[in-house]
Design a protein around this ligand. Structure first.
Ligand code: GRG
Length: 403
């Protein structure tokens, strides 16, 4: 069951920034002492905002709604200790059903496109989708059922996600994902691209079968966003303020758009009220951005065994994610490395050291907390239900996850 595959981060695997004691002595390896935080952040209002979150949020995020207990009770009185168990009730047979969508005669293409539908992913997106579907249905007319079309959105979201992973691994020349070899390493890049295309086309067919043009345009927007997000990632910005805006836009397009728009799609199918559609979208957007920010943190704080893929991967790909951008506020000498995309020998290790000696990880986590807080504020506008409360709990899980 999916819930068992999601290790919660009971304690942080990283420690609060060990600040450098002072200016570097000659020959000292690693970053020198940070400039005054106030000086650095004064140049950028955005960083001031994030700094102020330090006092606004405790280390472990607690929301203030009545749903902050860790158990949800369904209509039948059955108690669920985590949102994954609650969501999974509607997802039994998820992967078998996805494989049925991938009706392919060629043995090799079939094997490749089914490769990641093996139950080893977290199924985070389908879980959110079915919980959101139920929360909206209950809000609208107290209906307890997930419609077949809403469940299809859960499958389609997982298929679009998986197609993008297959393509992403080709672009990044990645060797491992979810603790196994990538499709491109086993079958080669050309076939991997085609396998990703095939999963995407099967998702499109399933989407068309729902027959709702609003929902079709909502989910096709995701595909455009994924491509544009990946494209944004190929470029970089010189100006530091632009760099952060660029990073957040990329984060939305690459990760949050799929979650936001899938949530919106099930809300459209379950309820005619545009206010509810906006709540669903905003919840998904904010949770999605937080999810990616924590992903970027885990690239620095987790070990590769836990992640099922190499860590420091972003630096190796030349990417400056949240922890790096915040660290650069304390250590402006990182700018040059960011601009050359960590391409000189030793850059990756040096940048990693800077990040770990800075507040970068902590600041990125605070920023993720802020997005989760916003997600909770949005979803709390819906009528109370176990599923709404599970979505609130999911926001906390996003922040405390270990993989
Ligand atoms: C083919 C639709 C399509 C797009 C092509 C390559 C590309 C454009 C987009 C890449 C999008 C991408 C891979 C974003 C990363 C999102 C992310 C955080 C992935 C990890 O998600 P998890 O942790 O993975 O939920 P699991 O393995 O649990 O499913």
């Amino acid at each position: 069951m999916a819930s068992c595959r999601w290790p919660w981060r009971r304690c942080c695997s990283w420690r609060p920034a060990a600040r450098s004691p002072g200016p570097s002595s000659p020959g000292r390896v690693g970053p020198p002492g940070p400039p005054s935080t106030a000086d650095a952040s004064a140049q950028m209002p955005y960083f001031n905002l994030v700094k102020s979150l330090t006092s606004a949020f405790p280390n472990r995020f607690h929301h203030s709604t009545s749903a902050s207990c860790c158990h949800s009770r369904t209509q039948s009185g059955e108690q669920y200790s985590d949102p994954f168990k609650l969501g999974w009730r509607d997802l039994t047979g998820l992967y078998e059903d996805i494989r049925k969508e991938l009706l392919i005669s060629t043995t090799e293409l079939k094997e490749m496109s089914e490769y990641y539908f093996d139950g080893k992913g977290k199924a985070f997106r389908p879980i959110i989708v079915v919980l959101m579907a139920r929360a909206c249905n209950i809000h609208h007319n107290n209906s307890r059922d997930v419609q077949a079309s809403q469940r299809s959105i859960a499958l389609i979201a997982e298929m679009i996600h998986t197609a993008s992973l297959v393509h992403d691994d080709v672009i990044d020349d990645a060797s491992s994902r979810r603790g196994k070899h990538t499709v491109n390493k086993i079958w080669g890049e050309k076939k991997a691209v085609l396998a990703g295309d095939l999963i995407l086309s099967a998702a499109s067919i399933a989407l068309a079968r729902i027959g709702n043009t609003t929902v079709i345009s909502i989910l096709t927007q995701v595909i455009e966003d994924l491509v544009r997000g990946e494209f944004l990632q190929l470029g970089s910005k010189e100006n530091e303020t632009e760099r952060f805006a660029h990073y957040l836009e990329k984060t939305f397009k690459k990760t949050a758009s799929l979650i936001a728009n899938s949530c919106k799609a099930v809300s459209v199918l379950g309820c005619p009220d545009p206010v509810v559609h906006e709540i669903a979208y905003q919840y998904g957007k904010n949770v999605g951005i937080a999810f990616q920010l924590i992903d970027d943190v885990l690239d620095f704080t987790s070990c590769s065994d836990q992640m099922g893929k190499p860590t420091s991967a972003d630096l190796k790909l030349g990417l400056a994610t949240g922890p790096v951008l915040f660290a650069c506020q304390q250590f402006p000498e990182m700018n040059a490395m960011i601009m050359r995309r960590f391409s000189l020998p030793g850059d990756v290790d040096r940048a990693r050291q800077y990040v770990l000696q800075s507040d970068g990880v902590q600041q990125t986590t605070y920023l993720a907390q802020r997005y989760c807080h916003e997600a909770i504020r949005e979803i709390s506008k819906l009528r109370p239900s176990p599923e709404r409360d599970a979505l609130i709990q999911l926001s906390e899980i996003v922040l405390t996850r270990e993989k």
